[in-house]
Write a new protein. Structure first.
Lengths: 253, 253
């Protein structure tokens, strides 16, 4: 790892769309981008979902872009009347928006003669000063302005846009993780985990309860930017789990 | 529908947990609560996901509870050191937090003699002035303080807590929806939809593109609190779709 690598790069993800909030569409992008950023060495610090209302989009974009290194958005950049993301982003940045010659050229080449309609031209509306984000799936580009990356909501298109963006992103040292599976309820190892966390403040210890047919188990996840630090802490957690399992067995007689 | 029914009741959902932001756990609660609230006549207006960091939880809770009729949270109310939601909520409301006698009684009755450990007692820490939310799955209660409902993150437990909360919620007139499936890309009906939306501002028209093996289709979703209004608007959309399909077929010869 290069010493010049910054320790942390942060990001927020903004999902734009009534359909997620109404439950009609089940979001598939949050989990995907969380994995994508974690694997890239970028810390996803916040997600928001807002409706297709200009003021709410503007407010969220401005709150998030001031706070994190990167903002990624999904949704609302299609050709229909309810696609208001591009205009909202322009408003958030206080810049004009118009049909972008580069986007017009991409789309004009894509559609058969006479079929590059006014509605489709709407997908070429890009805020002034933005760079385009390539869309290999359906051509209509996303765009980047400042630290905000504006992508489509359709998962296959968003994923293709993320791939296009990836080489341009500054990344930090990756957080690596290690999971210890514990076949006991988390309350039986809570005291031990608290002590291990206190003894190892540089490793983030998460305890995640699970239920399966009324049977409780736990996954203990250790996270650090220093892979070597996971080894002794995992050993301590494994010892604590083994002790708790033994105690539970002894109690059952 | 009773005339006294308020027109709208709004809500926000706050997901608390590093594991969602890291991608380790894929959220299943947003889609569930979106459906639950929509069916209840409560409009979900915003979702946020924040990490297990007290300041971020406090800030989000205070931003959301001032803005919406209800806030629902999930995650961070277990027995381990990384469960800091209850303390963060107490801080957001500026109230004390301590072992709650009602919660202590529920948990003391649940565990075998001698097994109601200090870690498990931690699950009885409830902000002063809160009401408990019953947990039929694993007993450790959630709680309500002001307009904020604090629930577990494990989906089966969150769902049971929502069922326990449901009878206490004020609800508005339900938004009903009707979907028109269109086997054409949305750009082919965008102009017509824009006109239909302009003619019917009281019905929310959403256009949702889909891809399936590179083939584009569209779902047009009409939403209103007046079921009768969906009928003529759906007819107009169906006519527009039929015209666009016929035009596309004619263009193909």
């Amino acid at each position: 790892m290069d010493d010049a690598t910054p320790q942390t790069v942060t990001a927020a993800f903004l999902v734009i769309g009534d359909e997620i909030l109404s439950g009609r569409t089940k979001d598939k992008n949050i989990g995907y981008i969380a994995d994508f950023l974690t694997m890239s060495g970028i810390d996803l610090m916040e997600v928001r979902v807002v409706p297709d209302i200009e003021d709410r989009i503007v407010e969220a974009v401005n709150a998030l872009r001031g706070r994190y290194d990167y903002v990624f958005t999904s949704g609302g950049i299609g050709p229909t009347h309810d696609d208001i993301t591009a205009d909202s982003i322009a408003k958030a940045f206080g810049v004009a928006i118009d049909h972008d010659p580069r986007a017009m050229a991409i789309l004009a080449a894509h559609y058969p003669p006479g079929e590059f309609t006014e509605a489709r031209q709407r997908m070429a509306r890009i805020p002034l000063g933005a760079d385009l984000i390539e869309n290999k799936v359906s051509k209509a580009p996303g765009f980047r302005i400042g630290n905000v990356h504006v992508m489509a909501g359709v998962p296959s298109i968003m994923q293709a846009m993320l791939d296009a963006i990836a080489p341009t992103l500054r990344t930090g040292r990756k957080i690596v993780s290690r999971t210890v599976d514990a076949d006991i309820p988390e309350s039986r190892i809570a005291d031990a985990l608290r002590q291990i966390q206190a003894d190892n403040p540089d490793v983030i210890i998460g305890s995640y309860p699970r239920t399966n047919d009324g049977r409780f188990s736990t996954q203990v996840v250790l996270r650090s930017r220093e892979p070597d630090r996971l080894v002794p802490v995992a050993a301590a957690v494994e010892a604590a789990v083994a002790a708790a399992v033994a105690a539970a067995q002894a109690a059952r007689g």
